[in-house]
Write a protein that binds this ligand. Structure first.
Ligand code: C2G
Length: 159
């Protein structure tokens, strides 16, 4: 039984995430996903607050057939404990983490594999595209985008 571990926020779950999970699972028999808590994503990774809260992101990851177990990621320092506790053989991350200095030290504890990122897809891109969509009048030819302030004040006031 080859046990794989990967880390991420996995917010607004998209093909880039699923593609990584599919390839990570194919490297072993059991895939553990450590999902970043909302606090860790914002405070430690300087990401904006996830659209989906931690428990919702965990529920969505558990629904992915490549995923066998979902745990929480609340600190940078927990990785060696995770590897020991879950008897991990391989940690897998997307290639954007190569050279980040956040994973290389794990080679003393298990194998470490970087998988190429899926191009053209990210949570931030989805957010940007949806914002652009929201301010585009259906059917109208794409005009010069109005200044962001104008765009934001044009958004319908919803609860
Ligand atoms: N990913 C990918 N291709 C994309 C987008 C993301 O392969 N187009 C990969 C990332 O490289 C990462 C995983 O999907 O391995 C999850 O990505 P994020 O949710 O953005 O998580 P991240 O902020 O990279 O968190 O301690 C490590 C962090 O928790 C990693």
């Amino acid at each position: 039984m080859r046990r794989i571990l990967t880390y991420g926020t996995f917010d607004l779950l998209h093909w880039g995430h699923i593609h990584l999970l599919k390839r990570a699972r194919a490297l072993g028999d059991y895939l553990i996903v450590a999902a970043s808590t909302d606090n860790f994503a914002v405070r430690a990774k300087h990401q904006r607050a996830p659209y989906h809260q931690f428990h919702t992101r965990c529920d969505m990851l558990e629904a992915v057939r490549y995923v066998d177990l979902v745990i929480g990621e609340s600190s940078w320092e927990q990785k060696v404990d995770d590897i020991r506790r879950y008897h991990v053989d391989t940690v897998v991350m997307g290639s954007n983490w190569k050279g980040s200095g956040r994973f290389e030290y794990l080679r003393d504890y298990c194998d470490l594999v970087y998988l190429p990122n899926t191009p053209g897809m990210s949570t931030n891109k989805i957010r940007r595209d949806l914002l652009a969509d929201a301010v585009t009048v259906p059917g109208a030819l794409p005009a010069e985008p109005a200044p962001l302030t104008t765009q934001l004040t044009a958004l319908p006031r919803t609860a």
